[in-house]
Design a protein around this ligand. Structure first.
Ligand SMILES: Nc1ncnc2c1ncn2[C@@H]1O[C@H](COP(=O)(O)OP(=O)(O)O)[C@@H](O)[C@H]1O
Ligand SMILES: [Mg+2]
Length: 249
């Protein structure tokens, strides 16, 4: 079963080609990471795949029923508590009101949000807590496909790890599939079944590599070795850190 198939996707902004001939297939239950230098079109591709914007060329076939998206910034409503931020999507989805409380409590427990955190406003929550609320809000819709657009890039290393563990646990469900965009090859190797590299010069997906083993069961020493070898020996990963503005002093 295919969760998402992109065929020959092409896109341009103001006449400038950003994506050309991009094809990618994600099977049901698979998490595929998409890496590539900053500005190469990863977010644009995710927006096209999620049908937030329309591609100039290509075809999208999707086998999933319900999608959710998690962004780098939590994008919470500032005037609403964490609980109300999560409830808001249930309301939009016309979930019966009597189910809201239990749905929020269940999903909050899955992302380790305490009951008192749910009553706080975004301004009262730390970056990691806000991102948990954003993840909870995505999960509460019971999506069977999640687009992750560099969700943990702004978090410090320890927090990033906890969030990755949350994602691994949330995706244990065999029917949940996803596209995980990241700059961080270690993160990609930890979380996904396969890593696809998007070219910076609009030549599409340069290639894909399966990550051996099962996500959630790869230990750090192994991951570190795999990533180091990929970066030093595999030409596919040679350019993934190019033009990354974070490295420009
Ligand atoms: N709405 C837009 N209008 C014009 N140019 C855009 C728009 N969105 C993105 N771009 C440009 O398209 C290119 C790809 O952007 P993006 O998909 O955000 O890259 P990435 O997520 O890989 O960093 C960049 O050069 C960016 O400036
Ligand atoms: Mg982006």
């Amino acid at each position: 079963m295919t969760a998402l198939a992109l065929h020959g996707i092409g896109h341009a902004f103001l006449g400038r080609t950003v994506l050309d001939k991009v094809s990618l297939v994600i099977g049901q239950g698979d998490i595929v990471s998409l890496v590539g230098p900053s500005g190469c079109g990863k977010s644009t591709l995710a927006h096209i795949a999620a049908r937030i914007i329309e591609a100039k060329e290509g075809r999208i076939a999707c086998g999933y029923r319900r999608q959710a998206m998690i962004f780098q910034e939590p994008r919470l409503l500032p005037w609403a508590t964490a609980r109300d931020n999560i409830r808001y999507v249930l309301k939009l989805a016309r979930v019966p009101k009597r189910d809201w409380s239990s749905r929020v409590d269940d999903v909050a427990a899955r992302v380790a949000l305490e009951p008192e955190d749910l009553e706080k406003y975004p301004v009262e929550l730390s970056g990691g807590m806000k991102q948990r609320v954003a993840i909870a809000r995505a999960l509460t819709m019971e999506p069977d496909f999640i687009f992750f657009d560099e969700p943990f890039t702004a978090l410090d290393v320890a927090l990033k790890r906890r969030m990755q563990d949350l994602v691994i646990a949330a995706c244990e469900n065999e029917t949940l599939s996803g596209l995980f965009i990241t700059h961080d090859l270690m993160e990609a190797a930890r979380l996904s079944d396969r890593i696809a590299v998007l070219d910076a010069r609009g030549r599409g997906i340069l290639g894909e590599r399966p990550v051996p083993g099962k996500r959630g069961e790869r230990d750090d020493a192994w991951l570190f070795g795999w990533v180091q070898r990929a970066l030093s020996d595999d030409p596919l990963f040679a350019d993934i850190h190019d033009v990354d503005e974070r490295n420009i002093a």
